[in-house]
Design a protein around this ligand. Structure first.
Ligand code: PLP
Length: 428
């Protein structure tokens, strides 16, 4: 979905024309459950997917639709489906691809909640996950078997410091004939557009940078429109007749929009993980300033990571923009505008110093969130990653002696002053 306009224009105008009924310049919040049919024939056509339109807000809503179009444009995708959270987006992305007995191959560097979802909850659907070090391409290839239906990774892996070699992983997925799903939450499309590197689907927790101020829980799946769902018999939900729509074949009927239509007409209809229009409104507002915020997030992260690295109480700082990061060169090619604003800091005082540091910070908020305008901190090992084994914690960059920082857009000198006093308290 592209009209040739630049990112800074699309983030304000993408998907949003003046309201046809009232001329309202800002996208209205269509706070309605249902939509009046023109006549019985119109209703029948909508229900049979013969005509596209609004039926019921579990499936489609004009405020949500504006947001879907805007994000699809920013990511360079064919279409997008919004849903109620980032975790809902992951289920919604995999739902059309999976069945009992099928598996996915996922990076072992992922958001802690995602590892738990993929390990525990997926089991109940009969799905399984093979976690692999995505720097070891032979291991990724070896993990793919006849039941693998997707490869999953994050662009900049939470809790920060790691950038995935997307083009290399996309090549592996392409050779195996399976889709690559990339969680682009911590990068945002301003920093990286995974579809340009070969991703099939992009998922986001809109809860984070897209909304940008810690007000909303939301998710989105963007489809590149480039995957050939009919090339094998692996994806019958998209390539074979759908009984609930009179035997309609999504791929044959909707082409590049097959995944998007399936996500709405089957995924939202039956899983019901719908985004509400009020939340869509907040996220539309947030995205209007995405490029401005991300540039400041990145500049602050660069300044603060450099300062922290020189502090005597600090061991390793993982920001991929630092010369000391093993991922600096990869970050520069995949995230040329800067590798986000999320990284971990190792404290020489270990676990206890981390807890003291976190409770001494005043400007930084101790919360289980990231991608807020305000700076945030968390000790992952005792919170978000506490359900993982010690080995999983270390593999995920959440060892007991590190804290994760999500750098906000405040004045960097005030943030440094806060970090300085908390480091003093932690080492006293
Ligand atoms: C927060 C987050 C999620 C989960 O999103 P929710 O909106 O909290 O459900 C998934 N992936 C990443 C990288 C995240 O940061």
């Amino acid at each position: 979905m592209s009209n040739g306009q630049a990112f800074d224009t699309l983030q304000i105008h993408g998907g949003a024309a003046p309201d046809p009924a009232t001329g309202a310049r800002q996208t209205p919040i269509y706070q309605t459950t249902a939509y009046v049919f023109r006549d019985a024939a119109h209703a029948a056509a909508l229900f049979g997917l013969k005509e596209v339109g609004y039926i019921y807000s579990r499936l489609t809503n004009p405020t949500v639709a504006a947001l879907q179009t805007r994000i699809a444009m920013l990511e360079g995708g064919a279409g997008a489906v919004c849903c109620s959270s980032g975790h809902a987006a992951q289920i919604m992305a995999l739902f059309p691809l999976m069945a009992p007995g099928r598996n996915i191959v996922a990076s072992n560097r992922l958001y802690g909640g995602t590892i738990t979802q993929f390990t525990q909850t997926f089991k109940r659907f009969g799905w399984s996950t093979k976690f692999v070090d995505f720097d070891d391409l032979d291991a990724v290839k070896a993990a793919i078997d006849g039941d693998t239906r997707a490869i999953f990774c994050e662009t900049i892996a939470n809790p920060g410091g790691y950038v995935t070699d997307l083009p290399a992983i996309a090549k592996v997925a392409d050779t195996a004939g399976i889709p690559l799903i990339v969680d682009n939450t911590t990068a945002t499309p301003w920093i990286c557009r995974p579809i340009e590197h070969g991703a099939t689907l992009v998922v986001h927790s809109m809860t984070k940078y897209l909304t940008g101020n810690g007000t909303v829980t939301g998710g989105v799946i963007v489809d590149s429109g480039k995957f050939d769902w009919s090339a094998s018999d692996k994806f019958p939900s998209l390539s074979q007749p759908e009984p609930a729509y009179h035997g309609l074949k999504f791929h044959e009927t909707f082409g590049a929009l097959a995944f998007t239509f399936h996500g709405i007409a089957v995924g939202l209809r039956d899983l019901g993980m719908t985004l509400n229009p009020q939340a869509a409104h907040y996220t539309l507002m947030g995205i209007e300033t995405l490029s401005l915020r991300m540039a400041k997030h990145v500049a602050n992260a660069q300044t603060i990571s450099r300062w922290l690295e020189k502090h005597p109480a600090v061991g390793t700082v993982t920001y991929p923009g630092l010369d000391t990061s093993p991922y600096k060169a990869r970050a520069a090619s995949i995230c040329p505008k800067g590798p986000g604003a999320l990284f971990t800091v190792q404290l020489k005082g270990g676990y206890d110093a981390c807890l003291k540091f976190v409770s001494s910070l005043k400007l930084f908020s101790h919360v289980a969130n990231l991608g807020d305008a305000r700076s945030l901190v968390i000790h992952s090992a005792s919170t978000t990653h506490s359900q993982l084994t010690a080995d999983q914690q270390i593999a995920a960059g959440a060892a007991p002696d590190v804290v994760r920082l999500s750098i906000g857009i405040e004045d960097p000198n005030d943030l440094i002053a806060d970090l300085d006093q908390a480091l003093k308290a932690a080492t006293a």
